[in-house]
Design a protein around this ligand. Sequence first.
Ligand code: CA
Length: 511
Amino acid sequence: MASYLSVVIFLVGVLTCSHVDAATQPNIVFIFTDDHACQSIGAYGSKINRTPNIDRIANEGAVFLNSFCANSICGPSRACVLTGKHSHKNGFYSNGRGPFDGSQFTFPKVLQKAGYQTAMIGKWHLNSDPTGFDHWEILPGQGAYYNPQFIGKDGRRQIEGYCTTITTDLALDWLEKREADKPFLLMCQHKAPHRTWAPELKHLNNYEDVDIPEPATLFDAWDNRSETLAGNAMSIDQHFYYAYDLKVHLPVPFATQRELRLKDGEYRRMTPAQKMIWDAAFVPRNKAFLADPPTGKDLVRWKYQRYIKNYLRCIDSVDENVGRVLDYLDENGLTENTIVIYSSDQGFYLGEHGWYDKRWMFEESLKMPFLVRWPGHVKPGIRSEKLIQNIDYAPTFLEVAGAEVPPEVQGTSLVQVLENPATEDWRKSIYYHYYEHGGEHQVPRHEGVRNDRYKLINFYSNDGFDLYDLKADPAEMVDVSGLPAYSEILTLMKEELASLRKQYDVPPLKK
Ligand code: CA
């Protein structure tokens, strides 16, 4: 018996030495959505919806109130997450340019070497095959909500159903099949709630009998700021397509040619059975709209309600599926040794400034949700105001895994602010740079700096600097760069911008 026991102890010792120590290397579950604005998350004080499952992460961990992207657009944000570097260093500047260079450093590759099993499921959007993953199954391009295709190492397949649910199914399947004695990284990345905001059939009637509160700036006239704002093409008033965005599939006699140009691809993807349920919800609403169409500001209000309700319905599915992942961790004894993060590639305008979409350095699209639960390391209920960015995620995951952070990484590991939220040893400002110019939404390239009180934006291809006092003007309605009272602040912020440009080795601006 004694010799049998010693053999067992010896074998356990050998196995422990030959594998990484799963007890000290926590699992990582990274749930990443597309275009989910903080204004629509309960933990951030949403006035328009509830997200009980996402909030669970905050209640049992931390929520970061000043979490920002480095470049507010889908693919570039993902490249920043993977590399820990700003766009000018990882080479992925905009959605239209690519592919992402997967041969450079990315954190999943290092986690793999550190003994992690790694999987990437869902929206990738980097015009390339994922690298650094034992298993991946991704949506082609933007992906579809209904009956989506997925691309894996073995080719393409189509799965009937709703994308958010299917993405979670695939993620949980992988967790079920993984090797239980190794730590894991799961990146579960949803298409939702990206345009064209096609909700799941079971949620089509949510919010139908309520009016969602309008943002105070729904009728922003874009004055008192850079003249580039008025040139935007992302307004709720002017730039929605009736079928594609607003789900009006009946003829709209008063629509412009532009408003009719794009059809609703999601509707065309549906099976006859799916279409029947969809039509039962939308046809009566659309008939009522067309029988007595509102005009002027009331039409803008109607468009806002149609848009925001579908957006929130998409989030209802996201929230449910976050709950499924948390439940799986609970039911399989994984909660204690797993760091769970919920984030989204950038924020979004939910009617603020009269807009939908993202790109601008204004708060709604600059901010990214960041909620993190890490039992034993993050005290429950923390609401951090530290200025963090998506370039911080990669070094965080490396430190969590006990791996070294390569010198090329520009972000800073969040472990110190997670474990010691009161630390003063942290950055005082963040750098931002958006590179696309014009395009569908007519947002100019711009860069800027934000600290805990002020934001300086440089519209360098257009009319130069805007300065915002976020304390006096949190909605960013007035550029104060020309006011004498702010001349000293303007100088300081310009110096701070120059200092960040130097720190991050930003090349000269190309107008
Ligand atoms: Ca996005």
